[in-house]
Design a binder for this molecule. Structure first.
Ligand code: GCO
Ligand code: MG
Length: 403
């Protein structure tokens, strides 16, 4: 059995910050895991270095479930994004090792492929509806079957999801948080106009998605979901914050627009009521922030009982290691729905060489043994950590709002 001999945390910033855990074994095989928590990266690096790595040395690398339980129950302090991202990094690295030792791509160990590839959605955004639709057309020409549309809100200087760089959207844009202004009233007027124009221009064959980024109250969200109904969205994401899972009830009562939530979830308990009461259609928890492949399999199994499908978070702040893990996972589960795919920069792809490829609207993880992704440590060293924050958001009277 491969014994863990060393584990190291590597922090690098090839355009944005990433934290990676590399676990080495006496079998000459190593594994990699992503531990990136946007804007709070060093907290996870310390959690791993100071509190997790010492417990890993000497353990049997093949005992993945036992190690998961050891780190989850053993810490006494359960859940939370820092803890669960750290556990996820260990979990990904151990699955990588197990699959490399077996000489198989990870999805084979997870039960084999259930589909030919993972359908992904890209991000089309622009200051105006016209600009957003041109971007959407660019995605459709490249073969995308699903596109998320975000557009500037008239009367607001900046809007969530509308980027300066069209190819690489990076919201963590400053060494202290940028301040944005928000008005839900204005947004509720403009969002349906975007989708009306989109259906007229793009037709009905492409899946359209939208992210409301936790900014509405339940009744505002119900209004928007109802207004968007005629445009048959694939999903409306993060309509309300989900600390209070019952908040989704009023939205459900008023509309048939499919709902997605979960990119900030870190445990199966965050999803439980939403899934069991069938308040959502897609669960967006990720391998990285929700405790690794081990816990994501449990979440997906619970969701499958209620015909809820997955739609894992895949923004640029999740490294190519998470994307690889998500693709092996997505390929192997029966209730995969869609995978978010925000492209990484060339520098990021150099630091994290990977085997997954896009074609025809799908991403496929490739056939290399393990996760099929690596970290080039020499390249990583060229890009030292740089503090970067996500923006904050205020209403027009100056009060803090959800970003
Ligand atoms: C998405 C997200 C992201 C997040 C970001 C936070 O749907 O992709 O909402 O853009 O804001 O990942 O770290
Ligand atoms: Mg989102």
């Amino acid at each position: 059995m491969p014994k863990i001999t060393a584990a190291r945390v590597i922090t690098t910033c090839p355009g944005r910050n990433f934290v990676t855990l590399k676990i080495e074994t006496d079998a000459g095989v190593y594994g990699v895991g992503d531990a990136t928590l946007n804007g709070r990266e060093l907290a996870v690096a310390s959690y791993l270095e100071d509190h997790v790595v010492p417990c890993l040395i000497g353990r049997d690398a093949h005992r993945i479930e036992d190690t998961w339980q050891y780190l989850y129950r053993g810490a006494y302090w359960r859940r939370g994004p820092v803890t669960m991202s750290a556990i996820a990094a260990v979990d990904m690295a151990l699955w990588d090792i197990k699959a490399k030792v077996a000489g198989l791509p990870l999805y084979q160990l997870l039960g084999g492929a259930c589909r030919q590839g993972c359908m992904v959605y890209g991000h089309a955004n622009g200051e105006t509806i016209e600009e957003t639709l041109q971007e959407a057309e660019r995605y459709i020409e490249q073969g995308y079957r699903a596109v998320r549309l975000q557009s500037g809100v008239p009367g607001l200087k900046s809007t969530y999801g509308v980027s300066k760089d069209k190819d690489f959207y990076e919201p963590a844009d400053a060494d202290l948080p940028t301040e944005n202004l928000w008005s839900t009233e204005k947004y509720l007027r403009s969002a349906p106009e975007l989708f009306a124009a989109a259906r007229e221009r793009l037709g009905w064959d492409v899946h359209l998605l939208h992210d409301a980024h936790h900014r509405m109250t339940p009744i505002e969200a119900a209004r928007l979901a109802k207004d968007l109904e005629p445009y048959r969205l694939f999903w409306l994401e993060d309509a309300v914050p989900a600390e209070n899972q019952e908040s989704f009830r009023p939205i459900r009562q008023h509309s048939t627009t499919p709902l997605a939530v979960g990119e900030v979830f870190n445990s199966i308990w965050d999803c439980k009521q939403l899934i069991e009461e069938q308040l959502i259609d897609y669960i967006r928890a990720t391998v990285l922030h929700a405790g690794g492949i081990t816990q994501m399999r449990r979440i997906a199994s619970l969701a499958d009982l209620y015909r809820v499908r997955t739609g894992c978070h895949g923004a640029t702040d999740l490294s190519p290691i998470t994307m690889s893990a998500a693709l092996h996972f997505g390929l192997s589960i029966p209730n995969f729905g869609i995978q978010e795919y925000m492209r990484h920069t060339d520098d990021t792809n150099t630091v994290f060489p990977h085997g997954y490829r896009f074609s025809d609207g799908y991403l496929r993880p490739g056939e290399q043994p393990g996760l099929g992704v690596d970290i080039d440590e020499d390249a990583a060293e060229q890009f030292p950590y740089r503090r970067a924050y996500l923006p904050v958001n205020r209403l027009q009277d100056g009060s803090m709002h959800d970003w």
